[in-house]
Design a protein around this ligand. Structure first.
Ligand SMILES: Nc1ncnc2c1ncn2[C@@H]1O[C@H](COP(=O)(O)OP(=O)(O)OP(=O)(O)O)[C@@H](O)[C@H]1O
Ligand SMILES: [Mg+2]
Length: 258
């Protein structure tokens, strides 16, 4: 049975798609999990753009209009173990999309992966709420500022009402500025645990320009390290960075998790 984790935020532009692309890649490449990442942000879909997938004949849109099955919309990414369900980039494919079908169609992925990550739309509109309803657990993304943290409070309440288990908050684009909220302040305000702080890192933007997740572009960059650690935390494993010795051990089958 796959764990379905919704990646959601109240405020837009805080890093949901970046997180889905990087956690998905880290879970598949480093932790050897079978992962499917799904673009549930139908109206402003970006996930395929972040991965350089510009042509997908069947997308979640066709599935939600009843024209295709979910299995027809799954694509292999070049990282073994990672597959992607994109949403359409075309305006005309929004016609007839029924987001209330999302939870039913995504349930069919249950036997297909260990982990399914859903890239949500921001806010509390129908798309975001359908994503929340389709998730077993939700990871909230926020920046260390009052507006995005306040928006999480509402989304958290909705999650509890829907029975979706909150994992906590990933604080993103964290700097060292005194005007930023501290982890303790965010936790006090939101009544949620901050499970990770991902730093503001120019490598994330560089990797976006190359349409490659930062965890592949530069494994040792500060944001990559935080994504690898968070991916491990989600599945209860400690992150041990790849080096010559760990690669050698893997080659000979040592240290493999059963
Ligand atoms: N840790 C980071 N450091 C620097 N830039 C970042 C970081 N995380 C995300 N970004 C950049 O911030 C921008 C917004 O990120 P992203 O698209 O992932 O947000 P989003 O929450 O998915 O947005 P939307 O609500 O529109 O779907 C992107 O340009 C991304 O590259
Ligand atoms: Mg997004």
């Amino acid at each position: 049975m796959a764990r379905v984790i919704g990646i959601l935020s109240g405020k837009g532009g805080v890093g949901k798609t970046t997180t889905v692309a990087n956690l998905g890649t880290a879970l598949a490449s480093h932790y050897k999990k079978k992962v499917i990442i799904v673009d549930c942000n139908i109206t402003t879909s970006h996930l395929s753009l972040y991965l350089g997938m510009y042509y997908s004949p069947v997308t979640l849109n066709q599935v939600l209009t009843g024209k295709a099955s979910i299995n027809e919309a799954i694509y292999d990414y070049h990282v073994p173990g990672l597959r992607v369900i994109p949403a359409s980039l075309s305006l005309k494919d929004l016609r007839g999309v029924d987001v209330s079908r999302m939870s039913k169609v995504l349930k069919k992925l249950s036997g297909e992966a260990d982990i399914v990550l859903l890239d949500g739309a921001p806010g509390m509109g129908r798309e975001a709420m359908s994503t929340m309803r389709s998730s077993d657990e939700v990871l909230f993304i926020s920046t260390p500022f009052v507006p995005s943290t306040m928006d999480i409070i509402k989304s958290h309440q909705v999650a509890l009402e829907m029975g979706t288990k909150p994992i906590g908050i990933m604080l993103n684009m964290v700097g060292k500025e005194r005007y930023e909220l501290s982890v303790e302040e965010v936790e006090q305000l939101s009544e949620l645990e901050v499970v990770s702080s991902v730093p503001m890192d120019k490598n994330v933007l560089r990797s976006l320009a190359l349409k490659t997740p930062v965890v592949l572009f530069d494994q040792a960059s500060p944001a990559s390290r935080a994504f690898y650690e968070l991916a491990g935390k989600l599945i209860g494993e400690k992150y041990i960075p790849d080096n010559f010795f760990t690669r050698l051990a893997k080659m000979f089958g040592f240290g493999k998790k059963k």
